[in-house]
Design a protein around this ligand. Sequence first.
Ligand code: FAD
Length: 477
Amino acid sequence: MAKIIIVGAGFAGHTAAMTLSEELRKRKSSKKHEITVISRQPKFTYIPSLIWVGIGEMKTDKIQFELAPVYKKLGINFTVGRVYQVHPDEKYLWAEISNNEKIKFDYDYLIIATGPLLDFSATPGLGPDKGYTYSVCTTSHAEHTAVKYSELIKELEDGKEANIVVGTGHGKCTCQGAALEFIFNVHFNLVKRGLRKQVNLTWLSNEPKLGDMGVDGIEVEKGATIISSETFMTGLFESYGIKSVIKSHVNKISEKTIGYETIEGDINEIPYDFAMLLPPFKGQKIIYIDQNGTDITEKVCNPDGFVKVDAVYGKKYEDLNGSDWPKTYQSPVYHNMFAAGIAFATPGPMSKPGISPNGTVISPSSPRTGYTSELCGIAAALNIIDLIDGKQPSKSASLAETAGICVASMHNNILKGNAIIVGIFPFVRDREKYPEYGRDLNLSALDIGVSGSWIKLWLHYAFLYKLKAKPFWQLLP
Ligand SMILES: Cc1cc2nc3c(=O)[nH]c(=O)nc-3n(C[C@H](O)[C@H](O)[C@H](O)COP(=O)(O)OP(=O)(O)OC[C@H]3O[C@@H](n4cnc5c(N)ncnc54)[C@H](O)[C@@H]3O)c2cc1C
């Protein structure tokens, strides 16, 4: 019998658990093996819809569900707890559950799928807990943002004018797509309320170019023309009256101003009344201890705490190829251990990094979407089954071989809604295979329209249906 533990029940971990349960059921060997999920929260959160929660257009109960009944149905053990220490030589880990109780779990195979640690401490004044800005990264953050947004709306209705700033709160942030969705939703929400003219809306980000989104931008073929996401986004910003400040590292936030340094090394400030700035991400704090009791976290993880997998690490941005990206998500140090979703260490950024004359790094980190996180989770699960069968891991979900698909909401409305549809193949540019652009432009899409908002809503409900393991969930992509 094999004991498999999955740490984290987000897109990567939950999908890995469902895949393992389904594959072992198909092989009629589910009773022989034990799958356990340990996750900090009892509920799954559909994070992409948090941007709607953040402006009060959706309630949290529409984007969450209890995991325990789903895991009961699938024959998966579930513990709500925080894993804080792993002993990979002896194959056990420690988790802290409620009342500070600590439980030891033995395993044969392990998947780390713990998502990001939201590093608000990287910038003084950043974030809702110890700073002045808001966030939509968690349910409590998004709910708090909605309350503050509605207070601002009341002031605007009383005739006040306001500066709203949305973007990234540090030079190394990722997830620009989520912040873009938020700024567009704020724009359309203000238009709907007749308050847009009272607001200065500013996009403040670390991207090297507008529309970069941390994926080094996008090109699509429209007839005989190649359109870049930079041109596309510049047009949208102009037509919606959104100002932009890019190539910038936010370095200090006070109650009234956001301080930032540009790639040219200039130090500036923007006054604001309301700001939603994403934090940079780090790996979750899990300590790895070897059989001698030595802390080997630095061997297992990169300096930011992300788990190293089968990628080629240490190359410069200019030298990185698609083939350097991980395929199986297996740890090179412990072969029974995998990392999926945001928890794995990427070989480097996808967008060109910059450095200011003051030595400040302004470089978007590589994003991972819900879809790519699911793909890694599935690959990790199937590769564990290979190992159980005595084979080498054979399932590849390299981000340089898979598509990146994202629908960025702008305005959630069935009749008048709007969303940007983004499709790229491969997600990570592979200049060895596609010398001109690093991607296959026949398989790239960048469009905007009401149909995008239908797809976005459909994705919301389809994902939640599938992730709740409702009848025929296996048929949904
Ligand atoms: C505001 C926002 C909007 C987004 N919009 C989109 C979108 O429109 N489309 C899209 O594709 N992607 C979107 N993304 C990105 C997407 O949400 C992520 O790619 C995805 O959530 C990553 O999945 P994950 O499983 O790696 O991490 P997560 O979803 O963060 O899950 C991590 C899990 O690990 C648990 N955990 C953490 N630490 C521990 C520990 N020590 N012990 C036990 N459990 C632990 C957490 O509780 C959680 O259950 C968005 C992200 C944000 C922040």
